[in-house]
Structures are given as structure tokens and as C-alpha cells.
Design a protein around this ligand. Structure first.
Ligand code: CA
Length: 294
């Protein structure tokens, strides 16, 4: 039975909430002022805290701030009589998960409670959300607007006992192309595009690091991805080879595949103008167009 802490000083509202939630299968407890809210909020294993804004002693904002400062991660829904947007936003920035404006309907509040409980269960299971996208690390799935996006993870490393041609052809075979002529038709243009035509009979061990990277790109493009995400694609390359790989990625990008590169290589970011999203320890620092075409 989910446990809910109700921090509310108005007896009528507290009683009404308690009655309705108990009837719908929740275990509830009422704290009647801010100090009691902080104390019980810290101590109990609550699934949700309903937190009134106007409270005697510490108000709801202070209670929310204090709980988050004490590393209480329980979802908090603010109950507010004030409708000013700024205050709602402030409430959310303090670490509240949602809010309802009084007077609210019991059904609406229950829907919000269900939603925050579901979200917090999923968050702890490793689901990240942005916009209408969800990345589910538990299931290894990316979903957009609820439908699963087909993704393929692929190492840059090539199969050492297969030739360049076979490495690229393998990706086509996995997507169902087995006919030899059809394979040639698909693989050769990729080798051309990546500038490794003539090397198809060589084995990865015969190639330079830059050439291996080109083969890996050809293999990645064999399945016509709509998005290509390359993680440090130039990490082990000398500057000249790195420049060629960035030029290739640029070409891929202009041919209609969205290319996202994760890199520390500032120099190449400057040389290849585009949208640059800067992260620092997982926190978004900036998101803007950078670099000059010169
Ligand atoms: Ca109140």
C-alpha cells in the first residue's frame, strides 16, 4: 500500500484528503505544520509527500528546500492556493515534482499522485526523459512518443579475420541482403564514399587506424541509419587522419543522415560549424551553433 505524507494545516482539507486517499488504497499520515512536515518527511519511507504551501512555522517552500537538502528524494506534490506562475516555478525549482492549485478535484490529485509514483519508480529503474523521448537503460531501449526506436550499437573495432569487404558486407547481411550482386551494389559505393576502394581484400591488421575508422563508418552506413552517433571517432587518430574522418562525417551528414559526434576535440568543433551541445559532468552547459565555415 503506497504511503502518503500529507502536510496540511487546514483540518477540513487534511481530513478530506485522508479520507479520499484511504478509500483509494493509500496509507496516509497528516503533519499539521512545516516543522512536523520536515521531521516526518525525513523519517518516513513515503511514496509521495503532499505539501501545502501556506503553513504555520516553515512554509511549504522551506519544507521542500529542507527535505531536498537532507537528500530526501520522495516525490513532492505542492498544494497551492496561489496561482502566480512564478511561485509555481519556484516551487518546482526547489525540487517539488508537481503541484495542484486549490481548489482541486480529488480525482485530479489522485491522477497526479499515480503519475509521480510511476515516474519515480521508472527513474530509479534507469529511465531518462527529455521531450517526448525516453532512454531506458534497463531494457536497452530508446522510445519516442511511446514507440520503440530501432537502434544498433556497434564498436568501431572490426572483425580481424575478415577482409574489409567482408566486414562491411556483414552489416548488409545482418539486415537481410545475401545476394552477392546486391551485396556488391551496396558495399562498393560505401567503400568509394569512405575512400577505401582498392583495400577491400585487405584485413584490418593491414590498415592504418584512420583506414580502420573509414571501414567502420562504411559498415555503420550499410544499414541506412537515420541517425549516426559516433563516440570519440577520432580518439586514436593523428591530426591528419582525424581531419579526414571529420570531413567524412560532414559528408555523411550532408547526405541526409543526422550525425551526432561525442568528442573532446575542440579543434574539430571549431573547424566544423554546427550545433554544439556542451556537457559538464552530465549537466547541460550550452546548446548553440558554433564554429565558422572558414
Ligand atoms: Ca494552509
Amino acid at each position: 500500500m503506497p504511503k502518503i505524507l500529507i502536510v496540511e494545516d487546514e483540518p477540513d482539507i487534511a481530513f478530506g484528503l485522508q479520507e479520499d486517499l484511504t478509500r483509494h488504497g493509500y496509507d496516509t499520515f497528516v503533519a499539521v505544520d512545516g516543522d512536523a512536515g520536515v521531521r516526518h518527511g525525513r523519517e518516513g519511507a513515503w511514496d509521495v509527500i503532499l505539501l501545502d504551501l501556506m503553513l504555520p512555522g516553515r512554509d511549504g517552500f522551506e519544507v521542500c528546500r529542507e527535505l531536498r537538502r537532507s537528500r530526501v528524494k520522495t516525490p513532492i506534490i505542492m498544494l497551492t492556493a496561489r496561482t502566480q506562475e512564478a511561485e509555481k516555478v519556484l516551487g518546482l525549482e526547489l525540487g517539488a515534482d508537481d503541484y495542484v492549485t486549490k481548489p482541486f478535484s480529488a480525482a485530479e490529485l489522485r491522477a497526479r499522485i499515480k503519475a509521480v509514483i510511476r515516474r519515480s519508480a521508472e527513474d530509479s529503474a534507469g529511465v531518462y526523459r527529455f521531450g517526448d523521448c525516453e532512454v531506458d537503460f534497463e531494457r536497452g531501449e530508446v522510445r519516442r512518443a511511446g514507440s520503440v526506436v530501432d537502434t544498433t550499437a556497434q564498436e568501431f573495432r572490426l572483425l580481424a579475420d575478415r577482409t574489409v569487404y567482408e566486414n562491411v558486407a556483414l552489416a548488409c547481411q545482418i539486415s537481410g541482403i545475401w545476394d552477392r550482386a546486391a551485396l556488391r551494389e551496396r558495399v562498393n559505393p560505401l567503400l568509394d564514399q569512405m575512400g577505401i576502394r582498392g583495400k577491400e581484400k585487405l584485413f584490418p591488421g593491414d590498415l592504418s587506424a584512420g583506414e580502420k575508422q573509414r571501414v567502420a563508418l562504411a559498415r555503420a552506413m550499410a544499414r541506412h541509419p537515420r541517425i549516426l552517433i559516433a563516440d570519440e571517432p577520432t580518439g586514436n587518430l593523428d591530426p591528419a587522419a582525424a581531419g579526414q574522418i571529420f570531413a567524412l562525417l560532414r559528408e555523411i551528414s550532408s547526405s541526409g543522415t543526422l550525425v551526432a559526434v561525442a568528442t573532446h576535440a575542440e579543434e574539430w568543433i571549431r573547424r566544423h560549424p554546427g550545433r554544439v551541445i556542451r556537457l559538464e559532468r552530465g549537466i547541460l552547459r550550452s546548446d548553440q551553433m558554433e564554429g565558422s565555415a572558414a
